[in-house]
Design a protein around this ligand. Structure first.
Ligand SMILES: *Cc1c(COP(=O)(O)O)cnc(C)c1O
Length: 297
């Protein structure tokens, strides 16, 4: 009976676009966005679903998943978490937080490579009621009977749609094996140390070059990425990539650096900042070739 889906402005585009697509398709859906610090208040009994990305893709800010899920449940709403920037970077306790639904991609901190398969989580208590709008043959209870009438499979198998992308899954499987026996607490500790080191070095070595820190300074409030803001961010990142330090640029002015704790070392962070200093001190970012806008930034 409820029609409001609550999210925040500036959430990752697909999260908002898919909801806009749903609203255009299903009609009786209202997408409401309120700034991150007002979400708890905005949760009222008109809200059907809270949809948030746990670690913001641009700022790296970390939401309190347990508290916001509890608040959503208090008003009778469901909570869906996008874990694209969480999975592989920090311990995520979906059941401990009482999360209802979650999604995420396999190609960030899980290292599955571009276009790696995504994942979905549906709490067991919802398995019976859960229906995928994409009712393809692989989600059927008995796909190899090839019957005309759709009947959802058991448990999460009903979330499947078509033939699994086996090549992509093979790469992702190998990437996940690298996590075998790894303690996520240690991963998180190293991730926080790498981010802190990067920010300290930028503060020490890049002062006067016009950078601003655009992510939480406190590692506990941050995912495994840091963001710097600079008017010339695009060209600076291009010049840095030419020096083999690969971060990315997110409009309008954010340089984003992700630290994959499994294999990024402290010395790599030190070296990255050193090359950033070289780009700034040499003024190399001013070269015309670094100002040409590419399709992928
Ligand atoms: C990267 C990312 C995705 C992944 O989208 P794809 O369509 O799989 O490329 C989804 N949500 C968030 C928050 C992301 O950062």
């Amino acid at each position: 009976g409820r029609k409001v889906i609550l999210s925040e402005p500036g959430n990752f585009p697909t999260d908002l676009y898919v909801l806009q697509g749903l609203a255009a398709f299903a009609g009786d859906v209202e997408l409401r966005t309120v700034p991150a610090d007002q979400i708890a208040e905005a949760l009222d009994d008109s809200v059907a679903l809270l949809l948030l990305t746990q670690v913001h893709y641009k700022s790296g800010r970390l939401h309190d998943m347990a508290a916001l899920t509890a608040r959503a449940h208090e008003v009778g709403a469901l909570a869906l978490w996008d874990l694209s920037h969480s999975a592989g970077a920090l311990a995520v306790d979906l059941n401990g937080c009482g999360a209802d639904l979650a999604v995420g991609c396999g190609y960030k901190y899980l290292n599955g490579g571009p276009g790696a398969p995504a994942f979905a989580f549906v709490a067991r208590r919802h398995h019976e009621a859960f229906r995928s709008p994409l009712s393809g043959w692989m989600g059927h209870a008995r796909p190899f009977e090839f019957v005309d009438a759709y009947e959802p499979g058991q448990g999460l198998a009903r979330a499947l749609c078509g033939t699994p992308p086996v090549l992509g899954m093979t790469a992702l499987e190998a990437a996940l094996e690298a996590f075998d026996g790894v303690d996520m607490g240690q991963i998180r500790a190293k991730s926080m140390a790498l981010g802190d080191l990067f920010l300290e070095l930028v503060e020490q070595r890049c002062a006067g070059h016009g950078f601003e820190i655009a992510c939480p300074r406190d590692a506990r409030a941050r995912g495994s990425q840091v963001a710097l803001a600079h008017r010339e961010g695009y060209a600076i990142m291009q010049a840095l990539i030419a020096r083999e330090v690969i971060g990315d640029f997110r409009a309008p002015d954010i340089l984003r650096f992700g630290f994959t704790p499994l294999y990024v070392r402290h010395v790599d962070v030190w070296e990255a900042v050193e090359r950033l200093v070289q780009v700034m001190e040499s003024g190399q970012w001013r070269e015309a070739r670094f100002h040409q806008k590419a399709a992928v930034t």
